[in-house]
Design a protein around this ligand. Structure first.
Ligand SMILES: C[S@@+](CC[C@H](N)C(=O)[O-])C[C@H]1O[C@@H](n2cnc3c(N)ncnc32)[C@H](O)[C@@H]1O
Length: 337
């Protein structure tokens, strides 16, 4: 497993890199879109193959420095856009045939270690959690939304079983003053008793929920998938690495739905079936090896799913959007901010 050396000399291990490379086979050349550039682990590895081109996106402008280095090293073969992947259809890919689109979801180690981003429950200071190109911060959410809205966010985006009491406590505490990261951790700790052998931090679920809400991760993924299927040609690959069950549920549903043959109407005779749009790479997700997990612990929750486009899509969005209507509705509570 190859590590990328970061500017602060720390090593960065792109998750499931060997598996990604063996699926996309960059030795055959072609144009790839790296939707979550981060520290450039995938882009850099793909560009090592001479006949490749990479278009990279990341919503975090802090990635630009690494991207500029790659741009200099790979003139005319690499371009970076500071964009969200839900806007993938806005990029100019100069009519190249896209051979593969890769999403490595979530946030990077560099982002979680950045105290300004306030993604970690170890951060001090204001609640933030914005990865880039956002409309509001976690501080706005925690200090402004009503109790019932907070409860929905913690329950549905974090699967937090104590969402009601935590939200109630937040409302009581914020009457005394603004809630920052450490105050929020304190509130959660006061509600959730510490278990002796608990493997995850008490605040993990609430922090995950806030990060998903602040960065609109549900609609990002949903529209990222819908638009990717539209822009790629037949034989194009879509690969996604997810890190939590909510993301994986969305990807799984999308892949399953588009890889099944459906009757257009029960009144039609047998041959009137909609074509399958995708063919699944594997039925089950690909997981990191024990060796990878040993070297790079955060990879332990990674799941890679991929599919290949086999025909042009019909109107597939409706069913997909309907399935995740409730989550999208919760996400739109942000309109109150
Ligand atoms: C896990 S890291 C990617 C690491 C990368 N594969 C590497 O090897 O360095 C995820 C990256 O995706 C970016 N990101 C998350 N959601 C995004 C979105 N909706 N649009 C664009 N970038 C996004 C984050 O800013 C972060 O840099």
């Amino acid at each position: 497993m190859n590590a990328t050396i970061l500017s602060n000399n720390e090593e960065h291990y792109p998750v499931l890199l060997n598996e990604i490379l063996s699926i996309i086979s960059p030795q055959n050349g072609g144009t790839f879109i790296d939707c979550t550039f981060g520290q450039g682990g995938y882009s850099e590895s793909i560009l090592k193959f001479p006949k490749t081109e990479v278009i990279a996106l990341d919503r975090d402008i802090d990635c630009k420095k690494v991207a500029e280095t790659l741009e200099k090293k790979n003139k005319n073969r690499f371009i970076f856009y500071n964009k969200k992947f839900s806007d993938i259809d806005e990029i100019d890919y100069k009519n190249s045939t896209i051979r593969g689109v890769i999403f490595d979801l979530g946030y990077s180690y560099t982002q979680i270690k950045d105290p300004k981003k306030g993604l970690s429950f170890e951060s001090t200071g204001l609640l933030n959690m914005r990865m880039g190109i956002n409309e509001f911060s976690a501080s706005d959410v925690v200090n402004k939304l009503e109790q019932k809205d907070l409860e929905l966010i913690f329950k549905f985006f974090g699967d937090e079983e104590k969402s009601k009491i935590i939200s109630k406590k937040i409302i009581l505490e914020r009457a005394k003053g603004e809630i920052d990261t450490q105050k929020l951790v304190k509130i959660i700790n006061s509600v959730k008793k510490k278990k002796k052998y608990k493997s995850i931090h008490n605040a993990t679920k609430v922090f995950q929920a806030l990060r998903i809400f602040v960065n609109k991760e549900i609609s990002e993924l949903i529209y990222g998938l819908i638009k990717t299927v539209k822009i790629i040609d037949k034989k194009g690959l879509i690969l996604l690495i997810s890190f939590h069950s909510l993301e994986d549920k969305i990807i799984k549903f999308f892949f399953k739905n588009l890889s099944e043959q459906k009757k257009i109407s029960r009144y039609y005779p047998e041959p009137s079936k909609e074509k399958k749009v995708l063919k699944l790479g594997t039925k089950k997700p690909i997981l990191p090896s024990k060796q990878e997990i040993r070297i790079n612990k955060p990879s332990r929750s990674a799941k890679l799913r991929y599919a290949i486009k086999i025909s042009n899509e019909k109107n597939f969005e409706k069913e997909f959007l309907k399935e995740f209507e409730k989550l999208l509705e919760i996400e739109s509570l942000s309109k109150k901010l």
